[in-house]
Write a protein that binds this ligand. Sequence first.
Ligand code: SF4
Length: 511
Amino acid sequence: MPNVVFKPYEQDQMYLLPPSIEEMIEANHPVRVVNEVIEKINIKPLLKMYKGGGTSSYNPKMLLKVLVYSYLKNIYSSRKIEEMTKENIHMMWISGMNKPDHHTINRFRSERLKKVLEEIFSQIVQLLVEAGELSIQEVYVDGTKIEANANRYTFVWANSIKRSKERIRQQINELWKYAQKIAKEEEEQEEPEDFKEIDPEKIRQTIEKIDELLKDKPASKKIKQKLNYGKNNWPKNLQNYKRQEETLGQRNSYSKTDEDATFMRMKEDHMKNGQLKAGYNVQISSNNQYIVNYSVHQRPTDTTTLPEHIESHKEKYKQPPEVVIADAGYGSEENYQYMEDNNIEAYVKYNYFDKEKKKERVDKKPFTTEKLYYNQQQDCYYCPMGQRMAKVGERKKLSENKYIRQMTFYQAINCSGCPIRAVCHNQKTERTISVSHMGNYLKRKAKEKLETDVGKYYRKKRPTEAEPVFGNIKQNKNFKRFYLRGIEKVKTEFGLIALSHNLAKWALAIG
Ligand code: SF4
C-alpha cells in the first residue's frame, strides 16, 4: 500500500457550536448582492397584492429574493427552483431555509408580481444610478424576438379567416341564386340578397329561406348536401371567425396555445427554413450594458414599438430620457416627431443613412425620389430629364399608432418617348412620386445630428450597448423561450431576466 494521506472525512462529527449557513456564503458571492439590494427596496406595492385572512403566507420579500436569485443562476422552471431551495446552500441562505413548493413559486411569479415588478425593477435601477453604474438619461434602444411557450403549428392567420369568410359568402350567394331560379317558375320572388357583409344570424336566416324556397322542389342532390353542410357549419364557423378576429386585433396571426403571441421571424433560425414562430418582440433601453427599461410587444416591427417603449420609460422614471440612440429600424417620421414632441435628442438612423454614405449605391439607383430636385418656392419637383413635376394631390395616411402622415403627390407631364424611362420608373402612366415634406425635414435634421462629433461617438458606441445585453440573455443565460403564457406573465418573466442581468453585472462590478 503506498503512503497516501487522506483528508479527514467524518460525516457524524459533532460540533461544539453548529456552523451557520451565513458563514458558508462567500463574501463577494452574487447571492449577497441580490439579498442586499432587495433588502433596500420598498416592497409596499408587493404587500398590497395580498388580501389577508386565511392561512399564513410565505414572506413576499423571501419569494422575490428566491426568484431573482434563481433567474440569476439561469434556473427558470418553478420545479427546479423548488429543488434549489432544498439542495443549494446559497438558496437555503437567501430563503432563510423556507421551502416553498413550485405551485407557490409559480403563483407568486404569475399573479402577485405581475402588477408590481416594473416598479420594483425601476427602484433597483435607481439604486444603480445612485451607485454611479448607469444613467437613465442616455439610452440605447434595441429589440429582439423571443419565442413564446406555444405550439409552432397551432396558428390562426387573419388572411385565412378572410379567405374562409369569402368562400362562405360565395357559396351562400350561389345557393341563394339557385333557390331563386328554381322558385321563380312558380311565384314572384323577394329582392336579391346582398351578401357583402355576413354574420352567423344572417346566414342562419338565409339558409332557412332557401330551405323554404326549395321545399318540395326538384333541387339537385349536390345542392341539398351543400345546404345541409352550410346549415350545420357556417353559422358556427362564422361565430368562431368573429372571436378569432377579436383576438387578432391589428395583428395578422396568433397562436392557439398562447393567444397573445404573434408569429414572427426569429433571428435564431437553426433549421434555416425561414419558418415563423410564435413569439414576442422585446424592446430594451440600455446604458453601460445595464437594462434601464424593457417592454414587450405583440407587433414584430421595431419601428412601431418605440413610442410605447419610451412611454413605459416615462412611467417608470416620471420623465423621458434626454438622449435616445437606435439603429435604422427605428428611424421613421412618426418616431422622429414623437421624440421631438418629448424633447428627446434623437441619434437614430433612417433606412438609407448607411446606403447614402456608400457612393456606389448612389450610382446604382440614381433616379430615386430622394435624389430629385425640389423647388420649394414653386412647390414642384424636377425629374431626371429636367421636366417639371407639378403637385397633383395630397392625402393623409394614418399609421398603426394613429400618427397622421401628410403625403403630397407630384407628376411628370409626359414620359412617352423618354430615352431613360426604363431606368427612371415602371409606372404605366407619367411618373408620379409621393413625398412627406415633414418626413424629409425630420430626416435632414436626423442626418445633421448623426454627422456631428457627438453623433459619430454614439454611432460607434451603439453596437457595444444593447446587442451584448441580448447576447448575454440568450447565450450565457440560455433564455431563448418564455416559460409562461400571456403577455402580462411574459412581461413579468422578462422583468425578472432584466433584474437578474443587472444584478449579476453589478455583482461583477463590485466583486
Ligand atoms: S421617364 Fe418621365 S419622369 Fe423619368 S426622366 Fe423621363 S420624362 Fe422624366
